[in-house]
Ligand binder design. Sequence first.
Ligand code: ZN
Length: 213
Amino acid sequence: MIDEEFKKDCKIMRVPNDWTTPYKKREQNRRYYQKNKKSVLEQQKKYRKTLKGRKAQKKYDISKKGKERRIKYKHSPKGRKTNKKYKHSIRGKETEKKYQHSSKGKTAKIREYSKRKKRFPIELSVEDMKFIKHRDNMKCVYCGIELLTTVPKGHQQQLTFDHIVNNGATDPSNLVLCCFPCNDSKKDKNVFEWCKKQGKPVPKIILELIKNG
Ligand SMILES: [Zn+2]
């Protein structure tokens, strides 16, 4: 049997058992924070600047909880506002430029472009096709070879359409008739540079079309 008076004096015995449960501890911390808000915040600020604090912050950023919290903040009204402000700042513009030149940014751009292309399929109408064939007289604009519609794919005289300006419009103002070998070697290169390399003059039709916009 333990003496009641001894129980009162002994520090270990006096501490109630459930005082150590997490809930009670949290409650105690909260009460302490409410009472000494200023000093606690200052202490936290100091801690974040230390090496230990920075390491902890890094660990938290990588964790699942940290990522979720960041995403939540990003989509909140406050987060959107700060994001907008950062984008228009000098530092934000610089990072954007850096990202666009990185390999990650480039692949993202290509992915977006192919997505857009899928959403808005660009196809040439039959009337436009007829118009281009008539205008270019069924001949390759670059080499002058006569084109046929009855030959198999990859044949020298296969009729293809070539975009003058790559990624430009798919209509008669930006399309010319072209044979398969010419189209295959030009691909998406600049017309003027490609013609110079081939040692050919730039076709008159192309000059006219570019002039007319
Ligand atoms: Zn050709």
